[in-house]
Design a protein around this ligand. Structure first.
Ligand SMILES: [Zn+2]
Length: 245
């Protein structure tokens, strides 16, 4: 069961994620939902399951509506969209609350004279590969190959390229795509929405507000950070009001 975020672990996750790559950050936040040591490492879950965990966490801590801003690629007009978290749940993968797949799906492909058994990408794969490195996509695909018949040291590039789109098909919830309509020019397009980016923005905004309160109350009353954090948010708001009034 997903664990709810507390103020203390929002601060912890914000501090831990500050200097991380987006993937490491996503895994760090998703790992906050893992309550016990018996559960699998989030890095070994398929990407759709990481998205489900992040959405559950987002809805529990910050509400189930995500405000998004983007620009229309046709006319350049700015667009404000509110997205319901339910729209982002991977329907095909049964990605409803608490139903995230525990292990990556597997499949078999016969192409170029090889029969290849492969699995869906995990966060560990994405975290391990520098997306700007030459051949990054093929490196990712190679990591997902479980077995090849007949055995070969390295699969030819055209076989790896044929396998790449199959990985996405195996885990349809890995990428979250929204269909958008421009009210100005009626252009319709598909835009990718990164759930982890959204949750990180929420975590970051929340942490900064809390630290701002710590600063203001420490200054007004001479309290330490621990003193301020031990006061409930409602009482903190009261003290902030009277100290500034
Ligand atoms: Zn437009």
């Amino acid at each position: 069961m997903p664990r709810r975020l507390t103020e203390a672990n929002v601060l912890e996750v914000w501090e831990g994620g500050l200097d991380s790559t987006p993937t490491a950050r996503a895994l760090l936040i998703a790992s906050m939902t893992m309550a016990s040591r018996g559960e699998p490492d989030v890095a070994d879950l398929p990407l759709s399951s990481v998205n489900t965990l992040l959405l559950d966490l987002r809805c529990g801590a910050f509400g189930d509506v995500l405000p998004c801003t983007t620009d229309c690629p046709a006319c350049g007009d700015g667009l404000d969209v509110t997205v319901a978290a339910e729209e982002l749940r991977p329907a095909a993968a049964g990605g409803r609350t608490g139903e995230a797949a525990a292990v990556p799906a597997t499949a078999t492909l016969t192409t170029g004279g090889f029969t290849i058994s492969y699995r869906a990408l995990t966060g560990r794969d994405v975290r391990a590969v520098d997306p700007t490195a030459p051949g990054a996509r093929r490196t990712l695909v190679r990591r997902c190959v479980l077995s090849v018949s007949p055995p070969v040291d390295d699969l030819p590039d055209d076989v790896l390229d044929a396998l790449a789109p199959r990985l996405a098909e195996l885990d349809p919830g890995a990428d979250t795509v929204l269909t958008l309509d421009c009210p100005q020019c009626e252009h319709r397009w598909e835009a990718a929405l990164d759930i982890a980016d959204h949750v990180w923005a929420d975590v970051s905004g929340y942490a900064r507000r809390v630290l701002h309160d710590v600063h203001a109350l420490a200054r007004a009353y001479g309290w330490s950070e621990a003193d301020v954090l031990s006061v409930s948010p409602a009482r903190r708001r009261f003290y902030l009001e009277v100290s500034s009034g």
